[in-house]
Design a protein around this ligand. Structure first.
Ligand SMILES: [Zn+2]
Ligand SMILES: [Zn+2]
Length: 56
């Protein structure tokens, strides 16, 4: 299966976790994903740049 490319302005991790269900499938039932929880609490540390082809 081809992973969806991250939309500009979105968090790659949250994006990946939202679309790749296998990441959360590794968790026990009722267990929270620590990575998603940390992003929910303190926000996303990194967002995909709006124009990835033009850094400068
Ligand atoms: Zn997650
Ligand atoms: Zn995030």
């Amino acid at each position: 299966m081809a992973p969806k490319p991250v939309r500009p302005g979105e968090c790659p991790q949250c994006w990946q976790h939202a679309y790749d269900k296998s990441i959360h499938r590794a968790l026990k039932p009722g267990e929270d994903c620590p990575q998603c929880v940390s992003h929910m609490i303190s926000g996303c540390p990194f967002l995909t740049p709006k124009k990835p082809s033009r850094w400068w």
